[in-house]
Design a protein around this ligand. Structure first.
Ligand SMILES: Cc1cc2nc3c(=O)[nH]c(=O)nc-3n(C[C@H](O)[C@H](O)[C@H](O)COP(=O)(O)OP(=O)(O)OC[C@H]3O[C@@H](n4cnc5c(N)ncnc54)[C@H](O)[C@@H]3O)c2cc1C
Length: 486
């Protein structure tokens, strides 16, 4: 079979070598045609359709070590799949040895130290379920099927971010298999430099096998859900959003969005497919207090649907899952915002009106609070001036609709970009976004990250990511079919 080298060349990989890898692992090794191969290689974004030469379904750190060693010996391109939810699809590469981490999903909760030890193949929902058993929660994201590894290594934000900061601000340690196939501990005392780099620098420094999260008392009940109105109400609803968000306590997180109404049972049938505006809210403090605080949202105008109620935290964490299924085509554009400017709201409405697909949306996430209080250099995720995230999320079914949907997203982004802090979220970058966008995401941290890369991965073994290259490296991994006018 054909395989890719780390430096961009092609080699023949004989069956004997695949068999050799099999003898070194507890987990299975799959090649094209094997049962499970297609499931492993598939990622969330159907725009990305690649075929690794080998898939190793790792069962533990020892399998990961064996794979890194094998890839080094054979000069094989290596890629790592966590939850497979990265929009840019870095988890899969043609001809690579893919480490599929999806069988490493154990979670252990230390209630005394209030720390969750989570294996790196966990999805967010795995951690939520196990921690909520004890009325505890980690700071994770909005969709329960997202992988913890990619989310955490690139930053991470969700309903609890306003109280406790980026996900990665709340990591207390990680175990990492490094480029020289050693497992090392990274925390504030051991390998503190590596620990710094891991918290926002993407998967550049090794294969993370375990992440330890600080936990907080949350739930099991919160006040959360969505209220929706016809898009004609958007000016008033967005003004309500802006004013409520400005004075909201950190227990409250508000998200505003506009899109065609999905065919959801809580929305009237005659509204399905018609444009709506909605506010998604979560109050994670005392529920009596929460009900009072969200009352102005529920009583505003004449909503066409309202699911903003007391509910289990784990349920809220999965509320958006159905809107983001694996297998659609996706293209995003994103910026951090310092505030909600009324003129931005006008552009938001204007571009929502031009949406090309029933699945696309424009979204504003509120994230201000704890993350703004830490020093910029606390970790590479930085962006300590970010108070909102704007995400233009284009989502459609057919390949022949690519151009229209991508162009819509680019145009909407171009017109709303002037309201940005100048920063953007590493984890929301599409595959056609280049070095200048990485600079926007990581800013001044980039030079320190490059030094760390030279120290921990001088040969750039871990390159199938938002790659921070050591200076000597020039090899390319697969890039976009959509490189024009990103
Ligand atoms: C539907 C959806 C909802 C989202 N919601 C949020 C949200 O609410 N908040 C938020 O912050 N982000 C969100 N994101 C963005 C998300 O954080 C990124 O897509 C993230 O990369 C997903 O992680 P993953 O493990 O699923 O990705 P993958 O595609 O598996 O991996 C992403 C990158 O991480 C690397 N990687 C994966 N595992 C490891 C590992 N063990 N060691 C080293 N490197 C590794 C991969 O090589 C790849 O480069 C969302 C994404 C989607 C698609």
């Amino acid at each position: 079979m054909k395989a890719k080298t780390m430096t961009g060349g092609e080699i023949h990989l004989g069956q004997d070598l695949a068999d050799n890898l099999k003898t070194r692992l507890r987990g299975k090794v799959l090649i094209p045609g094997d049962v499970g191969y297609d499931e492993s290689r598939t990622v969330w974004n159907a725009m990305i359709n690649r075929k690794p030469a080998l898939v190793a379904r790792c069962l533990g750190a020892d399998d990961v070590i064996a794979c890194v060693r094998f890839a080094r010996e054979q000069n094989l391109l290596l890629c790592i799949k966590g939850g497979g939810h990265n929009i840019a699809g870095h988890a899969t590469q043609d001809g690579a040895l893919m480490l599929d981490m999806s069988l490493m999903r154990g979670v252990w909760v230390d209630t005394q130290r209030r720390v969750a030890h989570a294996q790196a193949g966990c999805l967010l929902g795995d951690v939520d379920r196990e921690t909520q058993v004890y009325g505890l929660a980690a700071v994770l994201g909005f969709v329960s099927q997202t992988g913890i590894a990619g989310l955490t290594l690139g930053g991470g934000f969700g309903y609890l971010t306003r109280r406790w900061g980026w996900t990665t601000d709340n990591v207390v340690g990680m175990d990492v298999v490094t480029a020289d196939a050693r497992v090392v501990r990274a925390n504030s005392e051991e390998n503190a430099d590596l620990f710094w780099g891991l918290r926002g620098g993407g998967g550049n420094f090794g294969v993370v096998t375990n992440i330890d999260y600080a936990l907080y008392r949350v739930g099991p009940e919160v006040v959360g859900g969505v209220v929706a109105w016809p898009a004609s109400e958007a000016p008033g609803v967005l003004e309500l959003y802006r004013t409520l968000a400005e004075k909201a306590p950190h227990e409250l997180t508000l998200v505003a969005l506009m899109r065609p109404a999905p065919p959801a049972p809580w929305l009237p049938k005659d509204m399905h497919g018609k444009p709506i505006v909605a506010i998604l809210a979560c109050y994670s403090g005392n529920s009596d207090e929460g009900e009072k605080i969200v009352a102005p949202i529920k009583s505003f105008g004449k909503p066409i649907g309202d699911t903003l109620v007391r509910r289990p935290f784990t349920q809220l964490q999965a509320l958006l899952d159905a809107t983001q299924p694996t297998g659609r085509r996706y293209y995003w554009k994103s910026e951090y915002l310092p505030r909600i400017d009324p003129r931005l709201c006008e552009k938001f409405i204007e571009h929502a009106e031009r949406i090309q697909s029933p699945h696309s949306a424009v979204v504003l996430f509120q994230i201000d609070g704890a993350l703004n209080k830490l020093a910029r250099e606390h970790s590479p995720v930085g962006n300590r001036d970010a108070r909102y995230v704007l995400n233009v999320t284009s989502s459609w079914e057919q390949e022949d609709q690519d151009r229209a949907n991508i162009e819509w997203a680019r145009e909407a982004w171009k017109e709303m970009k002037p309201f940005s802090t100048g920063g953007t979220y590493l984890n929301f970058l599409t595959e056609d976004e280049g070095p200048e966008r990485m600079e926007a995401a990581l800013g001044k941290a980039l030079s320190r990250l490059a030094e760390l890369k030279a120290q921990w991965d001088p040969e750039n073994v871990f390159r199938t990511n938002r790659n921070i290259k050591p200076a000597s490296d020039s090899a390319e991994v697969q890039t976009s079919r959509f490189s024009a006018s990103a």
